[in-house]
Design a protein around this ligand. Sequence first.
Ligand SMILES: [Zn+2]
Length: 409
Amino acid sequence: MILQAYKYRLYPTKKQAIRLQAVLDRTRELYNAALQERKDAYRMAQVSIGYTQQAAQLPEIKEIRPEYADIHSQILQDTLRRVDKAFKAFFRRVKNGEKPGYPRFQAYDRYDSFTFPQSGFSLTQDNRVCLSKIGTLKVKFPQKKKANPPQGTMKTCTIKREGEHWYVVFTCEREQEIVSHPSEEAVGMDLGLLHFGTLSDGSTIENPRHLRVSEQKLKKLQEALSHKKRGSKRRRKAAQVVGKNHRHIRNQRKDFQHKEARKLVNGYQTIVFEKLQPANMSKRPKPKQDEATGAYLPNGASAKAGLNKSILDAGWGQFQQICRNKAEWAGSRVLLVNPKYTSQMCSGCGAIKKKDLSERWHSCSCGCSLDRDHNAALNIKRAGLNLLVNESQARTEPSGDALLRSPRL
Ligand SMILES: [Zn+2]
């Protein structure tokens, strides 16, 4: 079972917004009162009060303060549970010798949500959120088909205020998606500059043309920007255009990566990448500093390795993350292996054969002759399979940082 949160913007009427704020104010008041009670009990009698004792007082509170009777009882229980959690976390930190940080009283801008932990909420046929003792509120689902409406069994419903806006967050429980893999096979992928990636079966994934066109355009805009006078209105305008193009490219790239990641995850049980090494990847000249003034001097970095490269670098990390997320849902896995020697080693015989970056072909005395990136992808795949073997041999021992599973959602 997987838990996933879905967050949507709410559009309450003016009256409803006042009502939401009223519930939020009351729950915040309850939170602070419960915190005060625990504090006092401990200070005056060295007694610690738990959730059960505090929840038992709710009926009485409702009698004295009718405005609390107007709030769904589960919301109030959840508020007291939040206090309980804050204290439990506090005691845990004390026990572990961490900086304890006593639970805090909540101010208006910090306490921004209340929760229906089990029931009291529903979605209507015409996509409105029905909240017990509050009303039926308009909700806006995004246009994307996937997120609309929430999938699986709705477990909890949280109403959240962010600035002037209100949101609803559903947490839903659903079965893990079962994808039948056409093969149980593993694939290694070398991420590169010439091709977006090369797979261990020898095929390549190319950067889409529209993306290359956009990048060329961005490069030109960047150059134009660098010739504009600092502080000028023209420069500011040009910088805005560059920023807009940046965002456009980012979105284009993300779409492309989602598509390619989907293909990989559907096609393979195990996908192996090199672990990215930020320091190595961006081999940029170190910044030069003027010894007398401390000012930074131009070092040619932006012209050589600068912007375009840095976009690509960021793209690889993002691609691996997208693959990991999709793999999690599909029940397959992504492995990251040590990048050492993946391009130098011969995938045929294991000999180390030094090549510089310009050497595009790998040919070895063992008779192995293939594209440099294909050779690397094969090595990456094998390193991943070795990890799996080691893991099954040492099932009882922690596998260390070599194997990075995708994080739980
Ligand atoms: Zn060889």
